[in-house]
Write a protein that binds this ligand. Structure first.
Ligand SMILES: NC(=O)c1ccc[n+]([C@@H]2O[C@H](COP(=O)([O-])OP(=O)(O)OC[C@H]3O[C@@H](n4cnc5c(N)ncnc54)[C@H](OP(=O)(O)O)[C@@H]3O)[C@@H](O)[C@H]2O)c1
Length: 188
């Protein structure tokens, strides 16, 4: 059975975007980018909330991103090669290939995807991920913590979810970013 992984880059106080919607402080520098490329390389499918999808679609529709460095070109290829499911009630059409829209988040459908997938899945966008956490679908967390405190904004992890976690790995980067790799343990 494939794993569902929640992946996020947040501030030390746990926000993926600050109160103005900015997350420029979360942009990974080269060493972190190379590490993320290797983490994402084996992933077969991304499950995105519409907002996260709109940001990530740039890796296919905005060639200036991939053209910035060989690392970014590598990530663009990894991203484009994976399947994407975007959850949205408002999005009329997708702008990227290998992408389908789901109008509702159905935990049973995601359970089926995990059972049938040959490669792991990543869920991204805290609003969507909260639903996966609440349904007990998230197996692992790849959390990157940026060396900054932003004081408010969009929380990476949901309210009203309790998880026991097993730390599988950790790493510090020269930029001060820290990677925490956890496996979830069921509490109920
Ligand atoms: N830190 C970083 O590295 C980083 C990187 C990229 C982006 N960001 C930021 O991260 C934030 C994303 O946060 P988010 O939690 O608001 O967004 P999200 O989870 O990516 O997307 C939320 C949207 O997903 C759709 N959705 C969620 N649940 C659904 C359901 N059950 N059925 C159908 N559609 C559903 C809805 O779209 P509709 O409204 O279309 O129905 C909803 O508005 C943004 O602020 C973004 O700028 C941070």
């Amino acid at each position: 059975m494939a794993k569902l992984i929640y992946s996020s880059i947040s501030s030390l106080d746990g926000y993926v975007a600050d109160e103005d919607g900015n997350f420029d402080w979360a942009v990974p520098e080269e060493e972190v980018h190379a590490f993320i490329n290797d983490l994402d390389r084996p992933v077969g499918t991304y499950l995105y909330g519409r907002r996260m999808y709109e940001t990530m679609a740039g890796w296919e529709i905005d060639p200036t991103l991939a053209n910035q460095s060989t690392l970014m070109e590598d990530f663009a290829k990894i991203w484009q090669a994976a399947d994407k499911t975007v959850y949205s009630k408002t999005l009329e059409a997708v702008s990227t290939t290998r992408t389908r829209i789901e109008r509702d988040f159905d935990p049973e459908a995601v359970r089926q995807m995990k059972a049938l997938a040959g490669r792991d899945l990543i869920v991204g966008g805290p609003d969507l991920a909260a639903q996966a956490f609440k349904a007990g679908l998230v197996d692992e967390l790849h959390l990157f913590v940026a060396p900054t405190v932003v004081g408010g904004g969009k929380r990476s992890l949901p309210d009203n979810v309790r998880l026991k976690l097993e730390l599988l790995d950790e790493r510090r980067f020269g930029s001060g970013m820290v990677y925490l790799y956890y496996r979830t343990r069921r509490t109920r």
